[in-house]
Design a protein around this ligand. Structure first.
Ligand code: ADP
Length: 403
């Protein structure tokens, strides 16, 4: 199905701004682009329209506003036929705290609530707010919708979202596990139900979103009941530059015995750990696979840690789900790395998983389907599409339907 309508989707990260204009019914993208490395000395801008790629260098320090000004000028001056078809703007917002369990139309109250959540996500919410303010100014006639990464995980039960810390920290400061990548987990779990031919309400999915950031979710009947990221995106799996779970005592040791400042610890945990930290080579899975094949010990070790942690989480999520309909791999690594998928399934051999080597090798570059043998529990590869989730929610809200 397709329509004439388009939704402009904006995804502001701490150093990037991604945009796309897409049909909320078919998911077809008319325009897409990214302003990248916006906090570095060489910010860049790339966009694609009608299959043609364009690129330009930006001035150092140009920031999010330069990308946004470019996008507005592109739409208003060069592509008015697209601008005329816009029915809404959908914004990805990382942290909605406990305020939002689904997407909402943005008004003053919503903006205030997003601001309030910024203390929980100081790196992530401020650029999101920047995008919202700029879009409100440039397109005052268009409804704007916020879609939260945390919203999908608001169905977690207390025993899954609470830290076993003094309860007053939750009561007074709302310190708890929130989870991220909600739009992706939601998208692939819905698609998995379609591929399995089972009503969503009857499926139990374990989804693994493996990009630069990585998280897992246990999804029962379409509702998230556990997830690996916590108050911040640092908890859980091994990621590109984040190490996931660590003993909090280690952080105190770094401060007290090695003299690390909080800022230094923050840098270490967010930017210097994970695949990069262990391999001492790269955070890029492709590069690590190449190096590992050539015998690079650090790369081999980093990939092994990544797969081991992932398999442990899959096994853990069989506890709340009991019966698992499918394990789903998604994100740049999940969608493309047959090596990682095979290793994880090998480690899950105790639960009966067996990869179909041929099918597994075929699943890359946007292919979707099963990668396990007929007598194995099912594992699927499903390319994620967070932009489409955002566009669909925005269109539903504009049409007056709850998402
Ligand atoms: P982001 O979280 O930034 O959106 P992506 O979902 O694009 O990240 O995932 C990036 C990761 O996917 C990188 O580690 C990259 O190496 C990995 N990746 C992409 N293509 C392949 C491939 N063919 N084989 C292995 N890993 C891949």
């Amino acid at each position: 199905m397709s329509s004439d309508n388009l939704v402009l989707v904006l995804n502001s990260g701490s150093s990037s701004l991604k945009f796309a204009a897409l049909d909320p019914e078919s998911g077809h993208e008319s325009l897409s682009g990214i302003g990248d490395a916006l906090d570095g000395p060489k910010p860049s801008l790339e966009w694609k329209y009608r299959g043609r790629r364009h690129a330009r260098q930006l001035e150092p320090g140009a920031g999010h506003s330069a990308v946004f000004s470019f996008l507005v000028a592109l739409l208003q001056e060069e592509l008015p036929e697209l601008e005329n078809r816009l029915i809404a703007i959908g914004h990805r917002v990382v942290h909605g705290g406990e305020h939002f369990s689904h997407s909402v139309l943005i008004d003053r109250k919503v903006i205030d609530a997003i601001k309030e959540c910024a203390s929980l996500a100081p790196l992530h919410n401020p650029p999101g707010l920047l995008g919202i303010r700029a879009a409100l100014e440039a397109f005052p006639q268009l409804p704007q919708v916020a879609v939260f990464d945390t919203a999908f995980h608001q169905t977690l039960p207390e025993h899954a979202y609470l830290y076993a810390l003094p309860y007053s920290l939750y009561r007074e400061h709302r310190l708890r596990r929130y989870g991220m990548h909600g739009s992706s987990h939601r998208f692939v779990s819905e698609r998995a139900a379609e591929l399995l031919g089972t009503p969503l309400e009857e499926t139990n999915i374990i989804s693994a979103h493996l990009g630069n950031g990585a998280s897992m979710s246990a999804i029962k009947g379409g509702a998230s009941i556990d997830t690996s990221m916590g108050l911040t995106p640092l908890e859980g799996l091994v990621m590109g530059t984040r190490g996931g779970d660590v003993d909090p005592g280690l952080l105190m040791h770094l401060g007290e015995s090695l003299g690390y400042s909080l800022e230094r610890i923050n840098q270490l945990l967010n930017r210097e750990s994970g695949l990069l930290g262990i391999s001492e080579l790269s955070n890029d899975c492709r590069e690590l696979e190449r190096a590992a094949a050539e015998g690079h010990r650090g790369a081999q070790l980093a990939l092994e840690l990544f797969c081991y942690r992932l398999a442990k989480y899959v096994a853990a999520y069989t506890v709340p789900l009991r019966r698992v309909s499918a394990v789903v791999f998604t994100g740049g690594i999940g969608e493309n790395s047959s090596w990682i998928r095979e290793r994880v399934l090998q480690r899950l051999g105790a639960l009966g998983y067996r990869a179909d080597t041929e099918l597994n090798a075929r699943m890359r570059f946007g292919a979707e389907g099963a990668i396990t043998l007929a007598d194995s529990p099912i594992a699927l590869v499903i390319p994620t599409n967070e932009e489409w989730v955002i566009a669909r929610d925005a269109a539903e809200i504009v049409a007056g339907r709850a998402p």
